[in-house]
Design a protein around this ligand. Sequence first.
Ligand SMILES: [Zn+2]
Ligand SMILES: [Zn+2]
Length: 129
Amino acid sequence: MFTGRCLCGAARYHSTGPAMFSVVCHCRDCQRASGSGGVPVLGVPKASFTSSGPIRQARTTGGSGQPAVRNFCVECGSLLFGTPESAPDLVTIYAGSLEDCRDFQPTEALFVGQRPPWARLAAALVEHP
Ligand SMILES: [Zn+2]
Ligand SMILES: [Zn+2]
């Protein structure tokens, strides 16, 4: 079970899981969208996921050429989860919004070729360029 919320608490979500993958994405899009060196992402089945509150979607074209959809709280702007149109059965929870961030145990780092040196994580992850 994964539950989370935005900074102001107006937008919430929960998922019964399971976690299908746990990664940190260092692509430039994730950096720009989050203002950080990478985004920790937890994949769960869409059928297990519900959300509530004032959530808006931002749609951009991702590196794959597919639309990337990021869902954020209208009130406070917190990024909460992604709903990739290229994988409609999947929701990608941004792990910093989890009620208990320790539920997120990343195993892989993606797009490390775009990762700045200061965003290297202490955890030993399998790295993909
Ligand atoms: Zn909020
Ligand atoms: Zn990314």
